[in-house]
Design a binder for this molecule. Structure first.
Ligand code: AMP
Ligand code: GLY
Length: 428
């Protein structure tokens, strides 16, 4: 089979790596990819939102299966477009992807189907939102409705901070049109976990649980990022909790979407708060998480291409999905200035030595110059992933490998793998 992977992050490097081990796969392509992916397969300079360009390439190259990493092409309808041209593709349709594409849609959907989540109000009018937060001088989560690369939510401890968040989203429009509608939510307290699941719209198989470290600084401080690291599995999700997540959240979501005429085939990702009274949804994503994928997929025993095919054929019930009894940790190395203004174009050294450390190295924002030099080209640059039968062993291994890598301004969290709870303001 000839496979095209769409995307350019650490998540896509992980998918390319895993697919390269599949017996089903003869040739892999990526678009647009990164320097790490380019060392494994041919990368095409086609942007992820150039749906026509991607479909033309898939047709011309006789691609048997396209796998979509990021949310943008999914919410733009890449799956619908490929399918209308008779091209096989893995991922949810545009209508099903709205569960991530619009937080307002996701909240209304959860209310309708009694899926546990934080209470909320939706505002399109700035003055009304201002009045609401003035009257509610309590901690609130304020979120842009549309896509904002994981950075569109602000945790505000009082009305002063809430007003700042509303000003940045609705007046200064720092997230563009995504912020013309905002969701104001009550704060959920507990442990935050990520559970991704394979689903063909009927059968749902959860992956091992994970925890993501979203804030830029240690102890969960500072602004949100796309994710500074992850580990899997997490003890917070024991067997009982996983059953509750599947029964109360994941299965009713897949069933509700089916009833709404939005059959969801792909990866359903639930960002959850495990509270004292059970799991509640923070957000849904319509795709693999980044960096959760870098930690979770190395633990998967199965052939990933076979799973994708059985989801497309709606035969996931026939798959027996198995996981290694190990822990995995992914530590993200980010550029100076990330997440606000990452400095890029910086030389990266020492990667050859990482291989000696028994770790996986997944590239994100990297580019190779014509002279062979590797440079940074994005906010999140590299993910170092280590596995071990004990979580502590994986943490130790990953941090030992990081000592080998260097680029000017490199920043990373020192506490990946440790659980830090508590409500922390997005303002500092
Ligand atoms: P979101 O973009 O909705 O995933 O939110 C980004 C991050 O903000 C989440 O990963 C949480 O850490 C935090 N967050 C969002 N909503 C809430 C909430 N209602 N209560 C507590 N934390 C939240
Ligand atoms: N790690 C969070 C996300 O993928 O959205």
């Amino acid at each position: 089979m000839r496979i095209l992977v769409v995307g350019s992050g650490g998540r896509e490097h992980t998918l390319v790596w895993k697919l390269s081990k599949s017996k089903q796969v003869d040739k892999l392509f990526a678009a647009p990819g990164n320097a790490g992916i380019a060392s494994m397969c041919k990368c095409m300079p086609i942007k992820v939102d150039d749906l026509n360009g991607l479909a033309d390439f898939a047709e011309k190259q006789k691609i048997d299966l396209t796998v979509v990493g990021p949310e943008l092409p999914l919410t733009l309808g890449i799956v619908d477009q490929f399918e209308s041209r008779g091209l096989r593709i893995f991922g949810p349709s545009r209508k099903a992807s709205e569960i991530e594409g619009s937080k307002a849609f996701a909240k209304e959907f959860m209310k309708k189907y009694h899926i546990p989540t934080a209470s909320y109000k939706i505002f399109e009018n700035y003055e009304e939102a201002v009045e609401y937060v003035r009257d509610n001088d309590v901690p609130l989560a304020i979120k842009a409705d549309g896509l904002a690369a994981g950075k569109g939510a602000m945790i505000c401890l009082n009305s002063k901070e809430s007003l700042k968040a509303l000003d940045s989203m609705m007046v200064r429009k720092v997230f563009g049109a995504a912020g013309s509608k905002v969701i104001i939510e009550s704060i959920l307290e507990g442990e935050e976990v990520s559970v991704m699941a394979f689903t063909d719209g009927k059968t749902l198989v959860p992956m091992v649980s994970a925890q993501d470290h979203k804030r830029i600084y240690d102890d969960g401080l500072g602004p949100n990022t796309g994710g500074m690291g992850a580990f899997a599995p997490t003890k917070v999700v024991n067997d009982r909790m996983m059953k509750a997540i599947v029964n109360q959240i994941l299965e009713p979501t897949v069933e509700g979407l089916r009833q709404e005429g939005r059959l969801f085939k792909g990866i359903l990702y639930a960002g959850l708060m495990v509270t004292e009274i059970g799991p509640k949804v923070i957000e849904f994503n319509c795709r693999f998480g980044d960096p959760e994928t870098q930690a979770v997929i190395p633990l998967l025993k199965n052939d990933l291409a076979e799973i994708f095919l059985s989801i497309i054929e709606e035969e996931l019930d026939l798959e027996d999905i198995e996981w290694r009894e190990e822990s995995a940790v992914c530590v993200v190395l980010a550029s100076e200035g990330y997440p606000e203004k990452p400095v890029t174009g910086v030389k990266i050294d020492g990667l050859k030595n990482v291989r000696k450390e028994n770790c996986y190295l997944f590239h994100a924002g990297t580019t190779r110059l014509k002279n062979g030099q590797l440079i940074t080209s994005g906010g999140r640059v590299l993910g170092i992933v280590a596995t071990h039968r004990e979580l502590q062993g994986a943490i130790k291994r990953a941090y030992s490998a990081i000592k080998r890598v260097s680029f000017k301004g490199m920043q990373y969290r020192k506490d990946i793998g440790q659980v830090v709870g508590g409500v922390k303001s997005s303002f500092f």
